[in-house]
Structures are given as C-alpha cells and as structure tokens.
Design a protein around this ligand. Sequence first.
Ligand SMILES: Cc1cc2nc3c(=O)[nH]c(=O)nc-3n(C[C@H](O)[C@H](O)[C@H](O)COP(=O)(O)OP(=O)(O)OC[C@H]3O[C@@H](n4cnc5c(N)ncnc54)[C@H](O)[C@@H]3O)c2cc1C
Length: 491
Amino acid sequence: MSVKVPNKYDAIIIGAGVGGLICACYLIKSGLKILVLEQNDKPGGCCASLELGAYKFDIGVHYLGSLKKGILGKILDELEIANLLKVHQFDPVERIITPDGDICLRSDPALTINEFRDKFPQQEKNIKRFFDFVSQKDFFLTVYPKIKKMTFRSVLDEFFEDKKIKAILNAISIWNIGAHADKSLALACIAMFREYVMDPGYYPYGGSQSYPNLLTQFIRTGGSDMKLNARVARILNDNNSVCGVELENGEQYRADVIVTNADAHETFSSLLNVKTDELDKINYLVRSPSMFVVYAGLNIDMQSALDNPANILYFSDYNIDETMFDTKRIFNKDDLRYLMMSFPSLHDPEQCYNSHTSVGLYILANYESPEFWLNNKDRIAGLIVDLANKIIPNLKNNIEKKFVATPITFERFTLNTNGACLGWLPDFERTKLYKIKQRCSIKGLYAAGHWYTGEFVPSGGIPVVSFSGRRAARIILGDLGKQWKYKEIGL
Ligand SMILES: Cc1cc2nc3c(=O)[nH]c(=O)nc-3n(C[C@H](O)[C@H](O)[C@H](O)COP(=O)(O)OP(=O)(O)OC[C@H]3O[C@@H](n4cnc5c(N)ncnc54)[C@H](O)[C@@H]3O)c2cc1C
C-alpha cells in the first residue's frame, strides 16, 4: 500500500532565473508557501554576477530597461520593493559608432531624432515619423494593431528608403533581440525600443546580481524556501498531473503546482517522462543565438576617456546587418566588424578597485563543439580585444584580469540549450504558429521565463521575463480559485 507523502509546499519553482523568482514572489504575496530549487550556487541565471579578484562583472544582463515608466517598474511597485533596488540611471543608453560618426540613443525621442538628423539631414522627416510612431502612447491600442502581422523589415520599409538608417536600426535590433529584420516580429523590436531606449539605462548598484538577490530576500523573509546547488532531475507525475520533483541526489519534494523556469527542451524532453504537445512545438521553434564575451579588468581609469557610461555598439560598415550573424566567416577569417561594450564600473565604482575599470566585450555566437572552443577561444578573444583597442586605445595593454565565456559557458551556467541568451528567436513565421503556453498541457505544470513569453512579446530580457513570472502567478492563482488583486499592466 502506497503512503501519501503530505505536500509541504503549495508550489515548487524549478530554477532561480528572474522569471522563476518573480513568479515565486507573487505567489508568496498571495499567501502560498514556495520552494525554489536552483542548480547553481547563486540565484539569477543570466542575471547573475561574476567576481574575478577585485573586479566584478555581469555574466549576462548588463543593464535593465522599463524601470521607471514600464512594466518592470510596475512589477517592483506591486511587490513593494521598487525603492529597495538602487540603480544608476544613464541616458543615453547606447552610443552607436557608425562609419558616419556617433549616434546616441536617448530616452527623449526628440533628442534621438536630432542625433539621427545630424548624420542624415535629408532623412529628417522619415526619422521623426518613425520615432513618433514607436513612442506613441497606449501602445496596445495604437501601435500594436498596425504591426502585429508585420516583420521589422516591413515596418522599416514603410518609413525609410535610406539603406544606412535601415542598417543601423536593424543592427540595434539584432544586437538586442538576436534576430534579423527580415525574420523578426516587429513587435519584439519595437518593444525593445520602448523598454530599453525610451525608459533606459538602469544599472543596479552591486551589479546585476543585486536584482535576483533582492527577490531571494523577499522569498526568504516571506517564509518560503530556496535551495541552491539543487538540480532537479525529474518532474514527478501521476495520471497526467504533476505531484513533485526529484533532485539529482534522489531527494524528493512534493507539490501539486510546479513552475518550470528551466529551458523548454530540458523541461519537456528530460525532466518529464511523458510526451506532451510542447515537445512538437519545440522542434519547430528556433533558438536565439548565444554570445562570446570577454570580461576584462583594466588597471586604468576610463572615466575621462569616455564622456558617458553608455553601452557602445560599434560597426565598421553598413553591411553589418548581413555580417553580424556570419560567425563562421568571423571566426574562420578573423574578420570581425562589430562589437558591443559595457562598462560596469563606470556605473558603480564598487565593481572595481582603485578607480580601475571593468569592461564587457560581446559578440553574438553560434553554438560550436567544445573542441572548437578549446582550439579557438584564445584566438577569438584576441580578435575582440584588438578591435576594442581600436575603439578605446590603451585598452589592450592595461588588461589586468580576463575571463572568456563561450556559448558552452552560458549553457553550463544556465542550462539553456546551446547557451541561447534570449530563449526563442522572435521569428515571424514560427512564433506566430507555435507558442508554448504558460499553463502547460500536463495538469499542475506552469512555465515562466524567456522560453515561455510567446503569448505576449516573444523575446527575452528582464522586463519581459519578469512579466512572464507575474503572468504565471496570475494563471496559477486563478486555477487555485484565488483572487488576483492587481490591475492590468502592459508596454
Ligand atoms: C550574455 C547575455 C547578455 C544579456 N544582456 C541582457 C541585458 O543587458 N538586459 C536584459 O534585460 N537582458 C539581457 N539578457 C537576457 C536575459 O538575461 C534573459 O532573457 C533572462 O535573464 C532570462 O531569465 P529566465 O527567468 O528565463 O531564466 P534564466 O536566466 O535562463 O535562468 C534559468 C535558471 O534555471 C536554472 N535551472 C535550469 N535547469 C534547472 C534544473 N534542472 N534544476 C535547477 N535549476 C535549473 C538555471 O541554473 C538558471 O539559474 C542577456 C543574456 C545573456 C546570456
């Protein structure tokens, strides 16, 4: 006779990425007792930090958007923790170094319009029309109905003929959402402009890790539990309903509600031992690219060399939107023509010591075999550092500490398949057909995080995954017959 083990928890969350943590916080606020299980020794997933001697770096997330006017700010307000996340706000958020000179992206669309107009005076009218359109109030009533069936390419074509402007806007979008304008859903690109440019540039003091740490504190002081170094190996189920999880070490925890914040492929192909509808969809969807990152600690003060701490997106020619994805050519021919840079210590001097500088140097990267990275990692890192040195002279000779992350590093750290950095690619054709729902097809299983945002904005990033955590909590509370006390929020 089987003995029923009593449920100690109302819900178990697999993964302490931001999507999982936010879901936990809302459930706790509604009186539920939660267990969060995380395979790493710290919470945060892609939003965690890395320490290298006296230098601190952000493993993935290097700035937040939508904190004052947008969804992230509203979520932190609802959780009553907005004033506990101390941030350095910076505006402009991005300095785009183009072959025609610098263009800064600023929160005030009028100022961004001026920046573009100075470089492309003959395009003034079109530039203004585009940014006025992107920044319209009541997004879901005014802009969304017009763009919901469009790729970003078709939106750009409606506003511009000029190839250079289209290449710049496409490059910004590729960099931030990982998809080319020809393929990407316009919604994902325009949401990015609203979240990260118009409500821009928030760097958490203490580094990105401060955000998941704050949510962890909320969870623990709310009487719920988080277990680190706890990798879930199996989701237990009984008669097509989930009933608990088993860790790699054999420990079991019971709950009738399980939320997966883990990679979709991992969840539906290895954690669950039953075949579900989601697996078919996963086979049709395309993953976002990963990244190759050099984190460098410089024994110089860069404050005076850069007049502001904006992230830099550099590119050397206007074919950039065609060549950014061609990692084979970049790696095989040593032909790198673009680079993204962030400067944690220029936002928060505590990220360094003695007024030194920490910098992150990023490019997009496809997944390659471990042997490939073993044989080529140093060469590619050298290529990146050489290009960074052209943009900021003296950088190369002053590197005191260095750490290099390949797609394999991201895969190992987050368990996201192929080290994908934003979940699924917001691919126009596929994401409109195959959406993985947050209420999964097996009873009691829910999902939050960047693999499960297709029902609203099919992309990753902290505002969107935070929203997916809130949305999962809302669905769960509804299914449990509990009241949802918050208003609608949107872009
Ligand atoms: C290099 C890089 C730069 C980025 N820059 C930015 C940026 O500047 N701004 C921005 O907004 N976004 C940025 N992003 C995107 C953003 O970080 C992600 O979209 C977001 O953090 C994903 O959150 P998530 O909740 O989906 O989960 P993830 O961060 O993927 O976390 C999932 C968690 O689940 C855990 N887990 C998985 N499987 C198991 C298991 N079986 N058992 C236990 N635990 C498990 C993992 O260890 C991990 O902690 C960046 C991403 C990368 C990689």
